[in-house]
Structures are given as structure tokens and as C-alpha cells.
Write a protein that binds this ligand. Structure first.
Ligand code: NAP
Length: 346
């Protein structure tokens, strides 16, 4: 049997931490051996520390793991981090310095120029930054890679498909983001029931900048960011899981509707355990994608795109959807770990 890597989860009791526990149950390459969270949880068995919010029971393999503080050493080979950004920067650095590969969901390091911001299917080659990062920061064997903001993950893949074929010049995006994106307990029920909330703290700057790094080109001097502008407005909506993005895009080269659809449909997936069969699924149903119906496509790892039409102001418009705690968080981090193993970096 192939070697199983022992993994530790920072922020294990939270919304994303629970999704890690669910996705890693029975994973052929990973087994969870350490769970860490705040002082409120440390010292308790996971089943007691965690208010489990996913369908089904807490996986048997993690129920009795005693939660530890978020400090190295942890009894594991790889660290997945789902910490709030307020504590992630210092903690993730401490783990990388102690020799652990750190695969993070937090925003703390995403835009650092020596840290890969990965969507495995799009820019797996950006792991080429790791060697420089290790040297520059004196990390030894450890390193940090990140996955993008959960709203960016919904529209960066179709943009990547268009950018490769026609070049993207500008993007206007409105996101409709699920309640689970705010963690637990998250948004007050009286704020979100019967409501659309037009403000998510710190979100719009992330949505306006991360895609350019993801679609950037790795060269000798690091990543040259893609040269397009994004204008974003981000809303919290009354949906449990699944972020929807309404996108309008101006392209650098002329393209037909058929070519635009084809670029998205044919964008390749990967051959890794957590890769979906279709990275981007295009639907021509007039009323799709919908979070309730499409967030679980490809076990939550597929980006579903629909309503692709020519636009009266930009060139094209479309609606893109992804599962925010799977493709937008834990699922992407697990896929990134599989990618790093396949490239011999773990
Ligand atoms: P959450 O539900 O609030 O969970 C936070 C976790 O961090 C809990 O395990 C909590 O432990 C721990 N924690 C909080 N403060 C801590 C401290 N001072 N020291 C140590 N541990 C602490 O949040 P989440 O939604 O899982 O988000 C976690 C991270 O992932 C955030 O950076 C978020 O931006 C990012 N992210 C979230 C999503 C999403 O859809 N939710 C998607 C992408 C990225 P206790 O239970 O002990 O308090």
C-alpha cells in the first residue's frame, strides 16, 4: 500500500476545519493525526471541542483526537491551515520554519510575491516559487502555499479559459456569497434572513486582485501578474453553501460565442485523487447554475458556468458557481497537497 502522509489541521473545529475532516476520511494519501484550535478547544477530544455542522456524524477516525494549541511541533508531516487571518500569519510562519509544508486557506500570505496562490488546474507551475521562498525566508524544508479567496475560485477558472485563448482586458464581477463563507456562527440570523447584505469586510480588494496573480506567468523574477482590471461588488446572500459570481468580461481578441463556450468546456482537469472529471462544467439550462442544485457537482470540486451570452457593454457575460467550503477552501487545499506530492515537493 502507498505511503500515507500524516496531516495536522489548524483551525480544525471551524467551518473549513470540519470540511477537511470530512474530505480526508478514507483519503488514500492522507490520514489526520493532529487537530489544533484555540485555547477554548485545546485539551478536549475533537468530538467535544467541535460543534459539528456537516451532515452525518463526526468521522470515527478523528472523534477522539485531542485538540492541541496551534504551535509546532504537531504530530504530522503536512499542515493544513484554516485559521482566521488574525492569527494565521504568525502561526503559519512558525510551522514553515519548523519544517512543515503549510497549505493554507487564509488570506495572510496569498499576495506575498514568493508564495504560490494556487488553483491546481490553472497554475500548478507556480510551485516553482517554493525554492526561492525557502531560501529567502530561511525555512529549510518547510514552505507555505495558499489557495485563493473562496469567491475568486468561482470565476477565476472561466477567466483562465478565456485569458489563455483571447486575453482578458477587464472584468466586472458581482458576487453572491453563501453564509458558510463567514465561518461559524458567522452572520447574525437577523441580518441575513429576508435580506441581501451588501458588505463583506475586506472582501472586495481580494476579489479585485487575486485572479491577476493566479493567471500570472512565472518567470525568473517571480510571477508577472496578468494585465487586467477587476471591478468587484461582494454581497452576502441567504444561501448556506455555494458562492455565485455574475461576471462581465472584455477580451483582447475577437471571439465568437461558440469559441468562448468551447474554451471553458475544454479546459483540462487533472488526474489527481480530488480532481473532478470536469474542472469547468458549462450548462445551457436557462435557470442554472443555482447554488442549491449545482454546488455539489464533481463532489463540490467542479466550477459550474451558465448563462454565457454576448454583453451590450462588455464582450461576454456569464454566471459562475463554486462550493465555497470545498472548492473554495478545504477541497482545493487537499488537491494542492496531492499536486505537491505528484511534483515531488512533499
Ligand atoms: P471559523 O468557522 O470561524 O473557524 C475558525 C477556526 O480557527 C476554529 O477552529 C477556531 O477554534 C480557530 N481559531 C479562532 N481563533 C483562534 C485563535 N486566536 N487561536 C487559535 N485558533 C483560533 O472560520 P472558517 O470559516 O473555518 O475560516 C477559517 C479560515 O479559512 C479563515 O481565514 C477564512 O477566511 C478562510 N476561508 C474560509 C472559507 C469559508 O467558506 N468558510 C473559504 C475559504 C477560506 P475554536 O473552535 O477553538 O474557536
Amino acid at each position: 500500500m502507498a505511503k500515507k502522509y500524516r496531516v495536522g489541521i489548524l483551525g480544525a473545529t471551524g467551518t473549513v476545519g470540519q470540511r477537511f475532516a470530512q474530505l480526508l476520511e478514507g483519503h488514500p494519501q492522507f490520514e489526520i493525526t493532529a487537530m489544533a484550535a484555540s485555547d477554548r478547544s485545546a485539551g478536549k477530544p475533537y468530538s467535544e471541542a467541535c460543534a459539528w455542522k456537516l451532515p452525518g456524524k463526526i468521522p470515527a477516525s478523528v472523534r477522539d483526537i485531542v485538540v492541541t494549541p496551534i504551535e509546532p511541533p504537531l504530530d504530522c508531516d503536512i499542515v493544513f491551515s484554516s485559521l482566521p487571518s488574525s492569527v494565521a500569519r504568525e502561526t503559519e510562519e512558525a510551522f514553515a520554519r519548523a519544517g512543515y509544508p503549510v497549505i493554507s486557506n487564509s488570506s495572510s500570505y496569498r499576495m506575498d510575491e514568493d508564495v504560490p496562490l494556487l488553483i491546481a488546474e490553472i497554475n500548478g507551475d507556480h510551485v516553482g516559487l517554493i525554492e526561492k521562498q525557502r531560501e529567502r525566508r530561511g525555512f529549510g524544508k518547510g514552505f507555505i502555499v495558499t489557495n485563493p479567496n473562496c469567491a475568486v475560485v468561482s470565476f477565476a477558472p472561466p477567466l483562465a479559459a478565456l485569458h489563455r485563448k483571447f486575453g482578458v482586458e477587464s472584468v466586472f464581477v458581482t458576487t453572491m456569497q453563501a453564509i458558510s463563507g463567514a465561518g461559524y456562527p458567522g452572520v447574525a440570523s437577523l441580518d441575513i434572513t429576508d435580506n441581501v447584505f451588501p458588505y463583506i469586510a475586506g472582501e472586495e480588494p481580494k476579489v479585485e486582485t487575486e485572479a491577476q496573480k493566479i493567471l500570472g506567468v512565472l518567470g525568473a523574477n517571480g510571477i508577472q501578474k496578468a494585465d487586467f482590471t477587476v471591478s468587484a461588488q461582494c454581497f452576502r446572500v441567504n444561501v448556506i453553501d455555494g458562492h455565485t459570481a455574475s461576471v462581465r468580461v472584455k477580451l483582447r481578441q475577437p471571439s465568437t460565442l461558440e469559441e468562448v463556450v468551447d474554451a471553458m468546456k475544454t479546459f483540462p482537469s487533472l488526474d489527481l485523487h480530488s480532481s473532478p472529471e470536469n474542472f469547468i462544467e458549462v450548462t445551457d439550462e436557462p435557470s442554472r447554475p443555482q447554488p442549491k442544485l449545482d454546488r455539489d457537482n464533481g463532489n463540490g470540486m467542479t466550477i459550474t458556468v451558465g448563462r454565457i451570452f454576448p454583453d451590450n457593454i462588455f464582450d461576454y457575460r456569464f454566471v459562475a458557481l463554486s462550493h465555497n467550503t470545498v472548492r473554495g477552501a478545504a477541497g482545493s487545499a487537499v488537491l494542492n497537497a496531492e499536486l505537491l506530492i505528484s511534483k515531488g515537493l512533499i
